[in-house]
Design a protein around this ligand. Structure first.
Ligand code: NAD
Length: 499
């Protein structure tokens, strides 16, 4: 049995708490590794190292920090196949999906190469007689990133990259369910030239997280995960005066208008609803066709596409559509929600409740499911299922579909499929959701824009990656300088000479 480590002061370090959590092979259900759960003392030791390492790193000029990022991009590209294999082995997602996970993280590191430009301050010459004023962006100090299981490369890189580029030290607390890839990311930072102790990985659970949240060395906290934990972390971190940004769960709606290209909409729903087994915060979990005819036609197009989906382990090749979900508990929870949908009166159009994969009977596979006639009072509508389950809520009009989307407590992503520019523009302008797609099912902004939801999908003011991330991981200081002699005698001469 492999025993995983923490990554402290540039090295892999064994856990000393005696507590471990099981890491599964989700395709077989077997325990393949043990992940150490850090004690308070282990976290505190890492914090001391981080604080000392930050002094030199924060004082480096931003261009030198950017060069580490440049080198890191090369290393991620060099090791893409190896990293994707590590990721898929613990997460279960297909290799193309794993490479997408790493690539979306890598794109944010590429953005961080622009640190000197992004951290450039402002300057006002002669704000008063003999007075100049300038502002600068300085690192926060030591920050913590507490990350979810579903994107073990992308999510850490979205936070660690900008935090390091701004001159902070970072303690990453990855998900205990797939911690190997974050450990591999840490090794590569050392190879890229990052000084030891500036980026450390502490594995653990609530004990480690609470220690980070309460410790005075930590100045900023970034969290990504489920909404109840996001709320908890935001409240606890800000209570002790820390800067915090906490991103939560989602229930993303896709409105399909009667004038939409229905084949395009159906294809989009397959990818967005079932890709990565629905374990994405930007997955579309609710389809909202407008009008009976649109709904009937959409369902007719979806069913054969869903029946063709190939659910298998990632090792079965690149034509696998999606793999298992992350744990047995997650599988049980998803199947329980599907039962509740049936009990509460939704129509289960594609039913794979008895899905079994030969040779992988103990794996955490869940077949794809499609519900029709879902209503907002049902548990399958109210809950983030985080599995391969697409619900259809029929709406009679655009206004009804818009209201449904707006009344939902989550506001991460949404999309509309239509050929009508007026409707699309109205939707983008009025909907109370952070990321909007028009004929695009998963509107994930690129690295140089920012990513974040509204309502119960995000707590805090600044988004992930893009310019917001540099604002989050740095603070502004403004300096006003009076030059005692004011303007030198004869200072006007220069202007006269130009005349
Ligand atoms: P999770 O909330 O269970 O765990 C996230 C992190 O919090 C993990 O590191 C975990 O160890 C830690 N944690 C869990 N319980 C804790 C507690 N009681 N106290 C302190 N720390 C605790 O989330 P998950 O299952 O790993 O990830 C899936 C969720 O993440 C989904 O809800 C998904 O929508 C969301 N997500 C959101 C975004 C976004 O940008 N909004 C992106 C990716 C995932």
């Amino acid at each position: 049995m492999q025993e995983l480590t923490h990554f402290v002061n540039g090295k892999h370090v064994k856990g000393t708490s005696g507590r471990f959590s099981d890491v599964f092979n989700p395709a077989t259900g077997e325990v393949q590794a043990k992940c150490p759960m850090a004690s308070v003392g282990e976290v505190e030791a890492a914090l001391d190292i981080a604080a000392r390492a930050q002094v030199g790193w924060g004082a480096q000029n931003p261009q030198k920090r950017a060069r580490v990022m440049m080198k890191y991009v090369d290393l991620l590209n060099r090791d893409m196949d190896r990293l994707a294999e590590i990721l898929s082995r613990e997460h279960g997602k297909t290799i193309p999906d794993a490479k997408g996970d790493i690539t979306r993280g890598l794109e944010v590191i590429e953005y961080c190469v622009g640190a000197p430009e992004l951290l450039k301050g402002e300057f006002t010459d002669s704000a008063g007689t003999g007075i100049d004023m300038h502002s600068m962006r300085q690192p926060l100090g030591v920050v913590a990133a507490i990350m979810p299981f579903n994107f073990p490369a992308m999510m850490p890189l979205w936070h660690v990259g900008p935090a390091l580029a701004c001159g902070n030290s970072v303690i990453l607390k990855p998900s205990e369910r797939d911690p190997s890839l974050p450990l591999a990311l840490a090794e590569l930072f050392i190879e890229a030239g990052l000084p030891e102790g500036v980026f450390q990985v502490i594995n653990g659970d609530k004990e480690a997280v609470d220690t980070l949240l309460d410790h005075e060395i930590i100045q900023g906290v970034s969290f990504v995960g489920s909404t109840p934990i996001a709320q908890y972390i935001y409240a606890r971190a800000t209570a002790s005066g820390k800067r915090a940004q906490c991103f939560g769960g989602a229930k993303n709606h896709m409105i399909v208008m009667p004038d939409a290209d229905l084949d395009m909409a159906a294809d989009a729903l397959i990818g967005a609803g079932f890709g990565a087994a629905g374990e994405r915060c930007m997955a579309i979990s609710v389809a909202v066709p407008v009008g009976k005819e649109t709904a009937d036609n959409l369902i007719e197009k979806l069913v054969p596409r869903i029946e063709k989906l190939r659910v298998a382990p990632y090792t079965d090749g690149d034509d696998v559509d999606f793999g298992p979900v992350i744990t047995a508990a997650s599988k049980e929870r998803i199947l329980g929600l599907i039962e509740s949908g049936v009990d509460q009166g939704a129509t289960l159009v594609v039913d794979n409740r008895d899905f079994k994969l030969q040779g992988y009977e103990n794996g955490f596979f869940v077949g794809p499911h499609l519900f029709d006639n879902v209503t907002p009072d049902m548990d399958i509508y109210k809950t983030e299922i985080f599995g391969p389950v697409l619900s259809t809520v029929r709406a009679e009009s655009y206004e009804e579909a818009l209201k449904l989307t707006m009344d939902n407590e989550y506001g991460n992503g949404t999309s509309i499929f239509t050929r009508d520019g007026d409707t699309a523009r109205d939707f983008a302008s009025r909907v109370n959701v952070g990321m909007v797609g028009i004929n695009v099912p998963i509107p994930v902004p690129l690295a140089y824009h920012t990513f974040g939801g509204w309502k119960k999908s995000a707590f805090g003011d600044l988004n992930q990656h893009g310019p917001d991330s540099f604002r989050f991981y740095s603070r502004t200081k403004t300096v006003t300088t009076r030059w005692p002699s004011g303007m030198k005698e004869g200072g006007e001469f220069h202007f006269k000479a130009i005349d």
